[in-house]
Design a protein around this ligand. Structure first.
Ligand code: AMP
Length: 441
C-alpha cells in the first residue's frame, strides 16, 4: 500500500513526496478511513509509529477553506516541546496548501501569541493552559472548531490538566469530531473518554502498553545514587561515539545533581532538560540532541512522551519511572522508525514494587545483566538517600484544670467591678407591687 491508495488531496501527496514518505505506517492506514468518516477515534500508537501524520492527514483532507480567521482544527498536547514538533510536522504537510498553522504554550508572552491567533489560523496546536487563557481572554475563538485532537491523551487528561481541558470543552461547539491518541491508556482515562467521546472507534497500531519488539530491554541492580553514577559513566564510555543516549531521572533536583557530577567527564557532549529550565534553553537542548551537537541528554519525564528525536540508540532509566506507563513512553524514545534500540533500567532495593508494576504492564520479565567486577559500587549514601531518622517526641504532660490554681496576681480594683444591668421593670415592680391589668370594657 502507498499513500496514493489513500484518498488524499493532491497537495498532500506532493508534500509527502517531498518528505520521501511513500508507505503509510499501520496507524496511518488503519486510522485513515475511520477518521475520514467523521467518527470519534481512539488511536493507540507509540510515538515513532507515525501517529502525528495519522491524525494530521485525515484532518487536512477534511479541512475546508473558510473566510473565518478562527481555527477549524484544534490539537491539544501536554508539553511545549510537542507543540513545536506537531506545528513543524503540520507545516511540512501543508507546503502546498493555503493553511495557517500556529502553536501556543505557556511560559512565554501571551500577548505575542494572542496577536498571532488574532491574525487568523486554520490549525491551532497548544498546551491546555495557554489555549484556555487565550479563549478566556477573547483573543481565541473556538466556536468554529470542527476537529479536536488530543495527543498523548492519558497525559493530557491526567488530573493536573483535566480541569483546564473540561473548561476548554465549554468553549467548543457540541458538534465536533474528537480524536485521541496515546501509546498507553489508563483505566481511569478510558472511563473519562467513555463519557466524552461518542461511540468511538478504537484503532491500534500495537497493543496498548506493550513496548516495541525492536527495543532490547535490560536491567541492572544498583544499590544507590553514587553507584548508579559509576555504572552510567561506564556504560556511556562503552558505547560508540555515534550513539545517542537519553538518561531519565526522577526529579529536576536529581537531574541537576547528576548533570553536575558527570558533566566534566563528557565535556561538550552532554545536556540537560527539565521544566525548571527556561523555554529557550529547553528547545535548544532538544534541538542539540536532535542534530547530534550533544549525544547525551539528562531528562525528567518532561520529554518521556511524544518527543521524536532521530536515532536515539539508548534510553537509560537512571531512576525507575514511578508509573509503569511512563516506562513504556520513556523507552519508546528509542527503537523508532525501524531502528533498533536499547533500554537500560537501574533498579535498587526500594524499586521492587515499581519493577513489578512495569513487568505486569509489559506482560514480561525484565532480564538483568550482572555488573562486571571492574565496576566498584559504594555503600555511601547521599543526604537525600539516607533513611529519615525519626526524632523521638518527648512526652510533656499538659497541665490539667486541677493543677491550674489561682492567677498569680490580684485583679486591679477597676477590673473587680461587676457590671450590674439596671432592670426598670423589676425596680417598678418592687416599688409599686404587681401592676394592675386593664379591664376590658
Ligand atoms: P511520530 O510517531 O508522529 O512521532 O513520527 C515519527 C517519525 O516518523 C517522524 O519523524 C515522522 O516524520 C516519520 N514518519 C511518519 N510517517 C511516516 C511514513 N509513513 N514513512 C516514513 N516516515 C514517517
Amino acid at each position: 500500500m502507498t499513500f496514493r491508495d489513500l484518498n488524499l488531496k493532491k497537495p498532500l501527496w506532493n508534500a509527502l513526496d517531498d518528505l520521501g514518505y511513500n508507505t503509510p505506517t499501520t496507524i496511518q492506514s488503519a486510522g485513515f478511513n475511520v477518521m475520514i468518516s467523521g467518527k470519534d477515534t481512539i488511536g493507540i500508537a507509540q510515538t515513532g509509529t507515525g501517529k502525528t501524520l495519522a491524525y494530521l492527514l485525515p484532518c487536512l483532507c477534511m479541512w475546508e477553506f473558510s473566510k473565518e480567521p478562527h481555527p477549524q482544527i484544534l490539537i491539544i498536547v501536554p508539553t511545549r516541546e510537542l507543540v513545536a514538533q506537531v506545528v513543524s510536522e503540520a507545516e511540512k504537510l501543508t507546503t502546498y496548501m493555503n493553511v495557517a498553522v500556529g502553536g501556543v504554550y505557556g511560559g512565554t508572552n501571551m500577548n505575542t501569541q494572542a496577536s498571532m491567533v488574532l491574525q487568523g489560523l486554520d490549525i491551532l496546536v497548544g498546551t491546555p493552559g495557554r489555549i484556555l487563557d487565550l479563549a478566556k481572554s477573547g483573543s481565541l475563538q473556538l466556536k468554529h472548531v470542527k476537529k479536536v485532537v488530543i495527543d498523548e491523551v492519558d497525559e493530557t487528561l491526567s488530573l493536573g490538566f483535566r480541569p483546564q481541558l473540561l473548561n476548554i470543552f465549554e468553549f467548543l461547539p457540541t458538534k465536533r469530531q474528537q480524536m485521541v491518541f496515546s501509546a498507553t491508556l489508563s483505566e481511569e482515562v478510558s472511563m473519562f473518554l467513555d463519557e466524552y467521546l461518542i461511540a468511538p472507534v478504537r484503532v491500534e497500531a500495537a497493543r496498548a502498553g506493550l513496548p516495541l519488539d525492536k527495543i532490547d530491554q535490560t536491567g541492572y541492580r544498583v544499590p544507590n545514587f553514587l553507584s548508579k553514577i559509576t555504572l552510567l559513566r561506564h556504560l556511556i564510555q562503552q558505547t560508540e561515539t555515534s550513539s545517542k543516549i537519553l538518561v531519565f531521572v526522577s526529579s529536576r533536583a536529581l537531574a541537576d545533581i547528576l548533570f553536575e557530577e558527570i558533566e566534566a567527564s563528557f565535556a561538550d557532549t552532554i545536556g540537560i532538560i527539565h521544566s525548571n529550565k527556561g523555554q529557550n534553553f529547553r528547545f535548544e537542548a532538544v534541538q542539540k540532541f536532535q542534530t547530534g551537537a550533544i549525544r547525551i541528554l539528562i531528562a525528567t519525564d518532561l520529554i518521556a512522551r511524544g518527543i521524536d528525536v532521530t536515532d536515539v540508540s539508548h534510553v537509560i532509566n537512571f531512576d525507575i519511572p514511578e508509573s509503569p506507563e511512563n516506562y513504556i513512553h520513556r523507552i519508546g524514545r528509542t527503537g523508532r522508525a525501524d531502528k533498533n534500540g536499547i533500554a537500560i533500567t537501574f533498579v535498587s532495593k526500594k524499586d521492587e514494587s515499581a519493577l513489578l508494576a512495569i513487568q505486569e504492564l509489559m506482560q514480561q520479565q525484565l532480564l538483568f545483566t550482572k555488573v562486571t567486577d571492574d565496576i566498584a559500587f559504594t555503600n555511601e549514601l547521599l543526604e537525600f538517600e539516607k533513611p529519615k531518622v525519626a526524632i523521638p517526641v518527648k512526652a510533656i504532660k499538659s497541665p490539667t484544670n486541677e493543677n491550674k490554681g489561682l492567677s498569680f496576681h490580684e485583679k486591679k480594683a477597676k477590673n473587680k467591678k461587676v457590671n450590674v444591668r439596671y432592670d426598670h421593670k423589676k425596680a417598678m415592680h418592687e416599688k409599686y407591687g404587681k401592676p394592675k391589668k386593664k379591664r376590658q370594657k
